[in-house]
Design a protein around this ligand. Structure first.
Ligand SMILES: Nc1ncnc2c1ncn2[C@@H]1O[C@H](COP(=O)(O)OP(=O)(O)OP(=O)(O)O)[C@@H](O)[C@H]1O
Ligand SMILES: [Mg+2]
Length: 157
């Protein structure tokens, strides 16, 4: 499946893009974020939160906890697995959140290894200059295909 590519020219562009994506998201959706340090993963989560009508200033990577919860009409569970190994995650109860009552966004999803869900929105962010980022979006799992196609169509109109 061909990913959708979005060229972000600024931090604000990235927030606007993810705020638009969140309109296609529903409770129990998982968003896996990939990209090196400073690629814009947290910025992307801020846009999701903004799109859910919450204050993006509330968004900070969970450093000393596994996860932050932003409580809106639909809650957002924000994981940052930078310092985590898949085996350390086991037994922490993260599964209650994935596919739970809210939307889950995970920075450093590569750390999930064998715990990677089967169905998720995949977001890859790449540096392309000081303020430019290339954002590739695709889905894993047939059940998201229809909503992905709707998002692609919407992006082109
Ligand atoms: N087009 C852009 N989109 C997103 N961020 C941008 C863009 N241009 C510049 N930036 C800057 O890049 C940085 C992105 O930081 P952010 O914390 O979102 O990255 P991250 O991928 O979460 O990094 P980390 O791996 O450290 O968690 C911010 O300082 C932001 O202002
Ligand atoms: Mg981050």
């Amino acid at each position: 499946m061909k990913p959708l590519k979005f060229v972000s020219k600024s931090y604000e562009d990235t927030l606007a893009f993810s705020a638009r994506l969140v309109r296609e998201l529903r409770r129990a959706d998982v968003v896996c974020l990939y990209g090196e340090l400073g690629a814009g993963k947290t910025a992307f989560v801020k846009g999701l939160v903004k799109g859910l009508k919450m204050d993006p200033l509330k968004v900070h990577s969970p450093t000393f906890t596994l996860m932050n919860i932003y409580k809106g009409k639909i809650p957002l569970y924000h994981f940052d697995l930078y310092r985590i190994k898949a085996d350390d995650l086991f037994g922490l109860g993260y599964e209650e959140y994935f596919y739970g009552a809210g939307i889950t966004a995970i920075e450093w999803s590569e750390r999930l290894e064998h715990l990677l869900p089967k169905v998720f929105w995949k977001i890859e962010l790449r540096h392309a200059g000081e303020d430019e980022r290339h954002i590739l979006i695709s889905v894993e799992g047939d059940t998201l295909q229809e909503r992905f196609d709707a998002f692609v169509k919407d992006s082109h109109s």
